[in-house]
Design a protein around this ligand. Structure first.
Ligand code: ADP
Ligand code: MG
Length: 820
């Protein structure tokens, strides 16, 4: 059993210290009726009394119980915004911030000028705004400007169970801000909302709150959900398995919406396409950019002989065993729909991909966080009459959004998560198993309006091996960006910060070291004992204003010089997107295809040489190729045709375009005077700019420096053409796809190291050794010549000795003597 925090006693007989001002809201009858069905409405009084009487309140309630949409309305009606001060609600996901602000505005019949949202790069907040939904990162930035958050009367931290890093930090910060606001007699209310009862990290953490806040539990009206496990060992092709499962549900089972959990946008789209092909109902449905017209659907249905689908109550979808969602919950067991459970009929329906099916039309909608808001909103509307709703979603549908009318959940059991390489610090997305808590959340989506079914595409044995809960994000990622943000808030002793769950000490130390090396923190040599307490530098303050990782922020911060900013913005965007180029080394199915791929690869290599430029530009290496590719693609209008012909990934190029726009906006707002306009069809940099860019990249990626092994150092053959890096002992090589592969410059910086047959550096630029002490002083020591210099030491030219001699020692060959 999950330990629970104390639950607030109902109906306190103390008189409430907050006078109740009732601000009327003009809701439509339909909205009013829908609201009354939400479990949270029954708790309005308890919730408002707890909030009136306590500075901090925790509210727990199942997803869909009405927390996000209703609590802000309770506060509004109780007059919390009637004298200056607004209600702020933070969400870990942008999609939730946008969609919830729209929903609440609609429910309250108020304009978006009053109920607004703000996400990283956009928003509709006005002077009239009284309820503001935002991402957690946005509120964190606001704290940097106004630590007391004086414009807020109430701050609601939503989805606290997700334990997103910024949410955790906000709770830590607010635990200090709330008492401060009390002191200045401008009390601030903090409400923490969670979909699970596992809140003891917040409530029983005496570093966080001095008084344990009351926990209000909203009873979920959850119908029983029968969970069906896959008998077979888990499949790699879970997307195909989802397809087959949806086909079977749709053909065999009574009406009710289907919700499929997949891991990413591309998978979501591909499954949507397959399903629409298998169960079409009109041509527009294929193209989700067009709005379906109900009239057209009707016409289409008339023109079509449609077999009436009848429910076959005895069907068991094969490969499943049946267990109740919550073992030990007898009520649920008893109510289990037995029209599906318990039968052994094995129906093999094929995969249905080949032919059009003749069952009821399936109204297929995608849902993921980057989907345009208008398209997201479609999932909340009833499907066209005579169709069955099928939403194919990523994890956003797990707790952030409740889709009405879902009776069947298909859970692939996986989630796409960001992983960080411990050595290079580079992040990548990987698909992994979810936690048991997530699996149960997903299953719960099927029982909102009536008893439902959840089909898990994995066996119960695999489920038992899942982690109980997903670890808080802060414990498994590098924290340099977070530490920089905290230092910008003048929280110097990060180690003393009241984290709900503190990050590992090594992660804190590594972050501090990197930030010192980047010059974002001032190193306090005399205070070696007081570790992790270096204050932020002026450069660090500038870096903290850019919404990118510190390495990239440093590049941006340096790029106002010599008009390099448009180029750096493009390089940073392209490095963030990665994989700009098509991969032609994949295995081919036929000889014909092999030849085709070979041709395409040759063409790409040829054009990459052109993009790599001439003279000084060439030394920028792969980053120049990125600049050339983006410039050329934009010049050609960024068409799929251009990308196809030139070996570029069209989607990646669109993403680069989007990021460039966003970063330009961010840079303009960070440096109010820039007035920067980035011309998409940027001219190539001049030779001088290319050289500055190499220095800028070195300054940002300094710890990713590598030096070619010299002939006299060649210990054995495996070091031939190899490089030494600061971070690894093994030989690393320039990736064969790099334009610098043959040139083997003496010093390079790389974007990332990938391991295939060998360790390869990708995203490589050449740098000049004499820049290193100037641009990366923290990595170099200046001192008197050593008595017994190591063989690498050159007495004529330098007195430089480096932290990491294996990489840096040759620098000394090039340097004039430096007196200290
Ligand atoms: P919680 O935050 O507790 O998970 P919400 O407040 O998000 O619950 O949702 C309450 C109800 O409002 C749900 O039944 C959900 O389906 C409904 N709802 C939320 N957004 C919309 C929308 N845009 N359109 C229609 N219904 C919505
Ligand atoms: Mg919610």
């Amino acid at each position: 059993a999950v330990p629970t925090a104390p639950v607030c006693q109902t109906a306190s007989n103390k008189p409430s210290c907050k006078p109740v001002i009732f601000v009327p809201v003009d809701r439509s009858p339909e909205i009013q009726e829908a609201r009354l069905k939400l479990p949270i409405l029954a708790e309005e009084q308890v919730i408002m009394e707890a909030i009136n009487e306590n500075p901090i309140v925790v509210i727990c309630g199942e997803t869909g119980s009405g927390k996000t949409t209703q609590v802000p309305q309770f506060l509004y009606e109780a007059g919390y915004t009637s004298s200056n001060g607004i209600i702020g609600i933070t969400e870990p996901r942008r999609v939730a911030a946008v969609s919830m602000s729209q929903r609440v505005a609609k429910e309250m019949n108020l304009s978006h000028r009053v109920v607004s949202y703000q996400i990283r790069y956009e928003g509709n907040v006005t002077d009239e705004t009284q309820i503001k939904f935002m991402t957690d990162g946005v509120l964190l930035k606001e704290i940097q400007k106004d630590f007391l958050l004086s414009k807020y009367k109430v701050v609601i931290i939503d989805e606290a169970h997700e334990r997103s890093m910024y949410t955790d930090i906000l709770i830590g910060l607010l635990s200090r801000i709330v008492p401060l606001r009390e002191k200045v007699r401008m009390p601030l209310k903090l409400i923490v909302m969670s979909a699970t009862l596992r809140v003891e990290d917040f409530t029983e953490n005496n570093r966080l709150f001095s008084v344990t806040p009351p926990v209000i539990q909203v009873d979920a009206r959850q119908f029983p959900v029968t969970v069906h496990f896959n008998k077979k060992t888990p499949l790699d092709d879970y997307s195909g398995e989802c397809f087959r499962k949806v086909c079977k549900i749709h053909r065999m089972l009574p009406s009710g919406g289907i919700l499929v959990f997949l891991t990413g946008q591309a998978e979501v789209h591909s499954l949507c396409r397959r399903l629409r092909k298998a169960f079409p109902f009109q041509k527009n449905n294929i193209d989700d950019d067009k709005e379906e017209s109900v009239e057209e659907i009707r016409k289409f249905k008339k023109s079509r002989k449609r077999k009436k689908t009848t429910a076959l109550p005895q069907i068991d979808l094969d490969n499943y065993s049946v267990v109740p969602v919550d073992e030990g919950d007898e009520d649920r067991d008893a109510e289990t729909d037995d029209d599906i459970a318990g039968s052994d009929v094995d129906l093999d329906l094929g995969d249905g991909d080949s032919e059009e099916d003749s069952s009821l039309p399936l109204y297929v909608l995608p849902l993921y966080s980057l989907l345009a808001p208008e398209k997201q909103a479609k999932v909340f509307r009833p499907p066209p009459p005579g169709t069955r709703l099928c939403v194919v979603a990523t994890n956003v549908a797990e707790t952030s959004l409740t889709i009405p009318g879902i009776k069947y959940v298909v859970d692939c059991g996986k989630v796409k998560k960001r992983f960080y390489d411990k050595i290079t610090g580079v992040s990548s997305f990987r698909v992994t198993w979810i936690s048991q808590a997530s699996a149960n959340q997903r299953a719960g989506r099927a029982g909102r309006t009536e008893p439902g079914h959840c089909y898990r595409l994995y066996s119960s044995a695999v489920f038992m091996d899942f982690e109980k809960f997903s670890a808080p994000e802060i414990t498994n990622r590098p924290v340099e960006d977070l530490i920089l943000q905290m230092k910008a808030l003048n929280i110097e002793k990060v180690i003393n910060f009241p984290f709900p769950t503190p990050p590992p000490a090594e992660a804190l130390a590594a972050a501090e070291e990197l930030l010192i090396a980047l010059g974002a923190l001032k190193e306090l040599k005399e205070q070696q004992a007081a570790k992790l307490s270096c204050p932020i530098s002026p450069l660090g303050r500038v870096m903290a204003t850019f919404p990118v990782a510190p390495r990239y922020a440093k590049m941006l911060a340096l790029s106002k010089q010599h008009d390099c900013l448009p180029y750096t913005i493009t390089i940073v965007s392209a490095m963030t997107v990665r994989e700009l180029f098509e991969e032609f080394d994949r295995p081919a199915v036929s000889e014909e295809e092999t030849a085709k791929l070979k041709g395409k690869k040759a063409r790409l290599l040829q054009i990459q040489k052109i993009w790599a430029g001439q003279g000084a530009l060439q030394k920028l290496g792969d980053l120049m190729v990125m600049l050339g590719a983006v410039g050329a693609c934009e010049y050609a209008g960024c068409t799929p045709k251009f990308c196809e012909e030139n070996g570029l990934r069209y989607k990646a190029m669109l993403e680069v375009r989007r990021l460039r726009g966003q970063l330009t906006t961010a840079v303009n707002s960070a440096c109010a005077d820039t007035g920067l306009y980035v011309d998409p069809k940027m001219k190539p940099p001049t030779e001088a700019q290319a050289t500055y860019l190499r220095q800028i990249v070195l300054a940002g990626l300094g710890d990713h420096l590598a030096r070619r092994v010299q002939a006299e150092e060649l210990l054995d053959e495996k070091w031939k053409n190899a490089y030494k890096t600061a971070l690894l002992d093994d030989p690393v090589f320039i990736h064969p796809s790099s334009v610098l592969f043959k040139q083997l410059p003496e010093f390079v910086v790389y974007q990332e190291i990938v391991e295939t047959t060998k360790l390869y550096m990708r995203g490589v630029s050449a740098v000049e050794p004499e820049w290193i002490p100037a641009l990366l002083p923290p990595y170099c020591h200046f001192g008197k010549p050593l008595e017994n210099p190591p063989p690498s030491y050159c007495p004529e030219t330098g007195r430089i000795r480096c932290h990491r001699p294996s990489v840096f020692y040759r620098v000394s060959w090039q340097l004039p003597a430096v007196e200290v």
